[in-house]
Each structure stands twice: as structure tokens, then as C-alpha cells.
Design a protein. Structure first.
Length: 295
């Protein structure tokens, strides 16, 4: 039993004759008869009563009890198929669909907002669902297929992902204007770890990278504050209670904060990625292409 046979049965039920049903289906009458016969043989029942007369030229057809029951199922299946076709076509035409993306907190707050609004303006019928956290959180959500695409670090890339390099951003030291390091042109890791730090909680690449650097140098990271709230981190830094490391995009001219490069300079490559074995939808592809064109 296949969808074509169900459509043939539906046409018979509506037209009441093989001739009229075949015409409505744009097929030969013998082919329609054979299709219904094969369906009856496969199910082991008679679906069509072929007795009675509608007029002198052709016998009137009616469905048996089994045929009527199957026809009710056929109507539902045909309706669902049409809905599925319409849904997929609308997605292909980008009139429906959802983009589920995992983004690091700093990008979600400082890099993506204007681009999201521009994307939304271009594709008003697409739904955007953002899941914000650390880069490690984005990686986990992508691996568990809780999101379809995610922005992750180059270090997180593996053969299971396809990706594009989205941006390269410098990691800087954020310090208050009255901090002892304020007059330094660049700051070494050794200098950085001499001071109290405010850092993201576990799950953020920045934290993991800084702690790994401290371990390599045989130094201790004096973490005085932990929070994932970027604005709170900036307030702690501006008031001179601690220093931190953030992407350069986070510090603006309005902040009472200085952004000093590391010595040597440190850059972070961020990629937009998706699972290789799970092709992304038309909506996701449109979002990826949009970001790549508007980096």
C-alpha cells in the first residue's frame, strides 16, 4: 500500500466510477483498475462494490465497509501529506522555520544584536531562538542537538563538525583607570596573575584558558569574584576591585575601563559550526550565510 493507491481510492470514492476517477487523476482507466486490484490483493479484502448501475453505460461503484474504513484513513494521510509538502516548501522559501543557535555570552551581548535585527528584518517569518552561555555550553548543546548551529572556539572544532571562521578577536586585559596597571602599554601573564581577578564561572573558554596559562606558568589565579553577568564584571573592574580578560569588543568608550593587550598578544578564533552528519535547514543556512556576509 502506498500513497498513490490511497489517492486512487479517494478518487474512486468521490467520482463513483473508474472512468471519471481515471480522468480526474489524468491516467488510463485500466491502470487505475489494476492499482485498486493490487491494493485489494495486498490487504486481502474487497474495497470496491462493482454492482449496480449509475446509467446504461457504466456500473455504479461504491466502497465496501473495508473500503470505507480505509478511505477515512486515506483522507487523513492525504491531508497530512499536503500539509507536510506545504510546510517544507514554505521552509525552502524561508517563509517558515526556526534558527536555534548557541552563542557565547560576550557575542550574544555585543556582537550579535545588530546582526540579529538585520537578519530578522530580511527574513521576518523566521523564528530566532538563542541559547546564551559559555563556549563550552554552546559546544555541549550542539553535540546534544539542542541547537542546530553554535559559535565555538577553534580549539573546540573536531571532525564531527562543519564550520566557517566567523571572526578573530583580540583578548585584552580590562582594568580600571586608577588601577596600578593603568599606565602599562601591554600586560604580561605574570603581571595579570599578580592581581585579584573577576572571572566567568566554569563553562567559559576565557576562564579555562586563563587557568591553563596560570598552571603552565606555575602561578595561582586569585579569583576574587565569579559571575556570568558581563555588566557586573565591568562594574567590578571600573571600581578597581579586580581585573579580568575579555574580548576587545566588550569595552566601549563609554566604559570607565581601559583595555590593554597582553604581551604577547592573544587572539581568539570563533567559528560558526554545525554537525556534519545532520545537514542544517534552509533557515539555518540563510542565517549562516547572512553572518558570513556581515562579519
Amino acid at each position: 500500500m502506498d500513497i498513490r493507491q490511497l489517492k486512487h481510492l479517494d478518487a474512486l470514492a468521490k467520482e463513483g466510477s473508474f472512468t471519471k476517477a481515471a480522468e480526474s487523476l489524468n491516467m488510463a482507466q485500466p491502470a487505475l483498475s489494476q492499482s485498486i486490484k493490487r491494493l485489494e490483493l495486498s490487504l486481502g479484502v474487497t474495497l470496491v462494490n462493482r454492482g449496480g448501475t449509475a446509467n446504461k453505460r457504466e456500473k455504479k461503484l461504491s466502497l465496501t465497509a473495508e473500503g470505507a474504513a480505509l478511505h477515512q484513513h486515506a483522507l487523513l494521510i492525504i491531508k497530512q501529506l499536503k500539509q507536510a509538502e506545504a510546510h517544507i516548501k514554505s521552509m525552502a522559501n524561508l517563509t517558515k522555520g526556526e534558527v536555534r543557535i548557541g552563542v557565547p555570552g560576550m557575542l550574544g551581548s555585543f556582537y550579535l544584536p545588530s546582526r540579529l535585527m538585520a537578519f530578522r528584518h530580511q527574513y521576518p517569518d523566521l523564528k530566532l531562538s538563542l541559547f546564551e552561555g559559555g563556549t563550552r555550553d554552546s559546544l555541549k548543546m550542539l553535540s546534544r542537538e539542542e541547537v542546530d548551529i553554535a559559535i565555538i572556539t577553534a580549539q573546540d572544532l573536531s571532525p564531527e563538525f562543519e564550520s566557517h571562521l566567523l571572526l578573530t578577536e583580540q583578548m585584552v586585559v580590562a582594568i580600571g583607570t586608577e588601577h596600578p596597571l593603568a599606565d602599562e602599554t601591554a600586560i604580561s601573564l605574570e603581571q595579570f596573575f599578580e592581581h585579584e581577578l573577576v572571572m566567568f564561572k566554569p563553562g567559559y573558554f576565557h576562564r579555562e584558558w586563563m587557568l591553563s596559562q596560570a598552571k603552565t606558568l606555575g602561578l595561582n589565579a586569585n579569583i576574587a569574584f565569579e559571575t556570568n553577568l558581563i555588566n557586573l564584571i565591568k562594574q567590578v573592574v571600573s571600581q578597581g576591585f579586580a581585573i579580568t580578560s575579555v574580548l576587545e569588543m566588550v569595552i566601549s568608550e563609554r566604559d570607565d575601563i581601559l583595555a590593554k593587550p597582553f604581551n604577547p598578544e592573544v587572539y581568539l578564533d570563533l567559528h560558526i559550526a554545525w554537525k556534519r552528519e545532520r545537514p542544517i535547514s534552509q533557515a539555518d543556512r540563510a542565517f549562516v550565510d547572512f553572518l558570513m556576509k556581515n562579519r
